[in-house]
Design a protein around this ligand. Sequence first.
Ligand SMILES: [Zn+2]
Length: 350
Amino acid sequence: MTESEDFYFRTMELPDELLVGAIDTHVHAGPVLASNPGHSDPIEIALEARAAGMRAIVYYDVFGGSSGTAWMVNRHVPGIATYGAYLMNSGHGGLNPRAIKTALHIEGGCRMISFGSHCTHHQASRESTVIDGKAVPLHEAYPKFAAEELSRAIRIPAEGAISDELAEILELVAARPEVYLNTGHVSHDEVFRIVELAEEYGIGKVLVSHPARGLLSVAEQKDLAARGVYLEGALVDIFATAVPLTHYYVERDYIDRGFEIPRTTRPVPTYMETLREVGPEHIVLGTDYGVRNLPTAVQGMRTWITLLLDYGFTVDQIRAMTADNPARMLGIDDDPEPARSRVAQYPEEP
Ligand SMILES: [Zn+2]
């Protein structure tokens, strides 16, 4: 299988064949807030992925770390590698070097440190409620949100000196070559500063998260790719429901309802064209699935692959984005015991 699918001979089976060996680098499998139940628990999704022949999954936990989840699943579900990550969100103090240090030492092998999702300044200033049929940013609708949440959100200075906390976090990540840095849901300018800082501090692997990638032009994405940066694509960008998905904050008023009102449209053909122009050799795909009102992450991965076939991507290009690049980013091939903790290699750190 090295060619594009023959238009006159398309099969039900090809997506399933391409699922074998695939890696979903962005899976939400709970636990989540009781107000926002997920679709599958971590073991259920690992079993489904293993049954489909998938190679690995990376768990995301918007509240902090998922290495403990990966640790438990790896102990009890052989035959598939699962990995954990840590997202710097406000629940753990945002830019908190101690939280990062702990995350890197938790059993289970943390493979990704992210600047966070809901609690970056960029994202927190955009999450919205709906008033009189219009999206209104939470910080405008609720002064308490502005005072208590937006004020705590993570901001990366576009230029100039960085805080001691950020410097320490970058040093911690640089000391772990198997770990990749995820930009998180930051702004356009912050993406470039993070990449610059990663180069300065000697961090080998950077992933531009999907919403941040969506803020970049094709030329900018190509420039970053030429610097060795991975660019994420998530199925949720093009295949999601226009209803509230994630409850990060426990307060009912703080549910992000902004996309009940169509804001930007990201037509599927345009999205696919961008992947093609940037170059599949630089793209890492994941589903970002896990909420109850979407299919399972494994079905999501099958849909991703099917859509790519529908848009004429070759089998090799699909493999690059769903298997080879993710494996490289995770360093699975260098890993004698996939998904096991590497903590023992790092008894002391800066
Ligand atoms: Zn996500």
